[in-house]
Design a binder for this molecule. Structure first.
Ligand code: N01
Length: 552
């Protein structure tokens, strides 16, 4: 329900209400100000940074290189900020976000410790009535002083991130566990002391794979519960090469542009081989894979042009990684259990530092919970089949209700009382991943149906923020109160997103891209592959005066 208390912050509707103060929300606010639009940000956390505020688990770092995973909108910012490593750590990225907030004086227009709980489109005033709830703690369960308020805005921009709604499996007996439980995405600010502790980690996605080596280095006993073995490529992280930094900083505009022309909006300096893996001899192929494995990061995914479309070609990458795991892991049974059996790069590829070798340590154990799932938590740990494990700490590296979770958590009520939860009951329906039919003046930054999680997120964010702000400026300049996607365009768009995905092998495995990790979530491939084509489409729509939308 919408809170009806008086609008506490603004007497007139603000132009743009932005939800979230991560990289998307911060740039949206800055961009609105540049265009003379009034804007305000509501943020659940107690500071800026979004995903980098929440994910403070040991080993958290970005797997897109730091010179690329950064804003491009301000040349001075690009030049003045100094990254220290090839892949930036979470604390460094959070410092960068805080630096940006200070540099552009953003915090005066951000309300922290407050969640948007509901939003209703008022058809008589063409504004959104937005309800917020403050608990000051930034935690979902609250606990601090409560306060409800409502805001009125012409436009709402959801900048809530794609991986911000945690997935915490509801294991039986969890509440009775006497030890500590932490989700990687809600890590305590004071850190967790693992020394001398028996630790269980559930989950071997990107978060688990980054955290496991560091937790192992600190704790007494570590048991990892793995449901699906994952592909992971070595980061070969290290101090940032000064010569490379100098080159990039001298050539930033063309470097960024070259990245915008990449399918994933990064990695223009990593050669992409478009030829088939099957055109090469076994020896040549091995050499290409080896070079790219040694180059680190995602380089190996660019080895051949048909890894995502031809199963036989993909199989060659699978075998290469299986051999690597067998080399890296001493115990053959453990190596076999760690070897993925799904297609290479079908689930989100992981990038690690010493992940596989961690299992060579005597105090690190791997338990397969695919054949026998975790049955129950107990007061002292958890049970899998007939075996009980005792722990002081359990870490849930169990991921997110990706892409739609944080959008559906807000009780959106669009035209004629339609709820977003109903409109998306069979999967998200958007036009361009930016707008939703029946929900006028609502924009989703990196929403489902846009390249988002398949790209360098900051590039995708900048493109969306610029498109949205230009659109609002256009509407305002033309005396238009509303913009709304038509149901027909949205249906066609969803069809397009599906067709692009179905032309690849990547709809075949149980990835969070398909929502399969969340019980009951419709199986729909949510992100759109291919950044440059997508950007062209968005630009065409704008250049054509947004005629594919209903404007009023
Ligand atoms: O989450 P995940 P994540 N019982 O969903 C397992 C980004 N990211 O937080 O695969 C047992 O990938 C689940 O098993 P399965 C990146 O986009 C980036 O690790 O579903 N296990 C899986 O192993 C990434 O993809 C960076 O069978 C259960 C794991 O938990 C995304 O965030 C770093 C279970 C969840 O893996 C999400 O990554 C970190 C259950 N009931 C994250 N439920 C970098 O930039 C779930 N699992 C480096």
């Amino acid at each position: 329900m919408i809170d009806t208390s008086p609008n506490t912050s603004h007497d007139d509707p603000i132009d743009v209400l932005i939800v979230g103060a991560g990289f998307a929300g911060m740039y949206m606010l800055h961009r609105c100000r540049q265009h003379g639009l009034s804007a305000h940000v509501v943020e659940a956390a107690t500071d800026v940074g979004g995903t980098w505020y929440w994910n403070r688990y040991p080993g958290a770092r970005c797997d897109v290189e730091s010179l690329e995973y950064s804003y491009s909108f301000d040349a001075d910012l690009e030049q003045e900020w100094r990254w220290t490593e090839r892949y930036a750590s979470q604390p460094e990225i959070l410092s960068y976000a805080q630096h940006v907030a200070e540099r552009f004086d953003l915090k005066r227009d951000i309300t922290f410790g407050t969640r948007v709980t509901a939003a209703r489109f008022d058809e008589t005033t063409s504004t959104w009535q937005v309800a917020t709830h403050a608990d000051g703690t930034g935690s979902e369960d609250g606990g601090g002083p409560e306060g409800a308020a409502s805001l009125e805005a012409r436009f709402v921009v959801m900048a809530t991130g794609c991986l911000s709604s945690t997935n915490k499996p509801d294991f039986e007996g969890m509440d009775d566990f006497a030890g500590e439980i932490y989700h990687t995405g809600e890590w305590p600010h004071e850190g967790v002391d693992f020394s001398g502790k028996r630790v269980g980690v559930i989950g071997t996605g990107s978060s688990g794979i980054q955290a496991i080596p560091l937790i192992a280095a600190e704790c007494d006993e570590l048991t990892v519960f793995q449901r699906t073995p994952n592909y992971s490529l070595p980061a070969h992280n290290g101090p940032l090469d000064p010569a490379w930094e100098a080159w990039v900083k001298t050539n930033y505009p063309s470097f960024r542009q070259a990245n915008r022309e990449q399918q994933a909006a990064f990695g223009s300096h990593v050669p992409r081989n478009e030829r088939s893996a099957l055109e090469y001899s076994e020896e040549e192929r091995q050499q290409i894979y080896e070079e790219r494995w040694q180059a680190g990061g995602f380089a190996m995914t660019r080895s051949f042009g048909d890894l995502g479309s031809d199963e036989e070609a993909n199989q060659t990458a699978q075998s290469f990684v299986a051999d690597k795991i067998a080399e890296l892991v001493d115990d053959a049974d453990t190596a076999a259990l760690l070897t993925p059996d799904q297609l290479f790069a079908c689930k989100r590829m992981c990038v690690d530092t010493d992940y596989f070798a961690t299992y060579n340590q005597d105090h690190v154990h791997l338990v397969d919970v695919r054949s026998t799932p975790i049955e129950t938590f107990t007061p002292t740990g958890l049970r899998v089949g007939d075996t009980s494990y005792d722990f002081d700490i359990v870490v849930l590296a169990t991921g997110y209700d990706a892409m739609t979770g944080s959008l559906l958590r807000v009780d959106f009520e669009g035209r004629s009382g339609q709820r977003l939860t109903e409109a998306w009951s069979a999967g998200p329906v958007t036009y361009l991943g930016l707008t939703v039919p029946g929900f006028p003046n609502l924009f989703t930054v990196t929403g489902p149906g846009s390249p988002s999680v398949l790209t360098n997120m900051i590039m995708a964010i900048e493109q969306h923020v610029e498109w949205i702000s230009d659109c609002i400026v256009y509407l305002t300049a033309n005396g238009l109160a509303t913009i709304e996607a038509s149901a027909q365009e949205a249906t066609a768009w969803v069809g397009h997103v599906n067709r692009v995905a179905e032309a690849t092998l990547f709809t075949t495995c149980n990835s969070w891209y398909l929502g399969v990790n969340i019980p009951g979530k419709p199986r729909v491939y949510m992100p759109l592959m291919g950044f440059p084509d997508y950007v062209r489409r968005c630009d065409e729509v704008a250049a054509d005066g947004y005629r594919t939308f209903a404007l009023a």
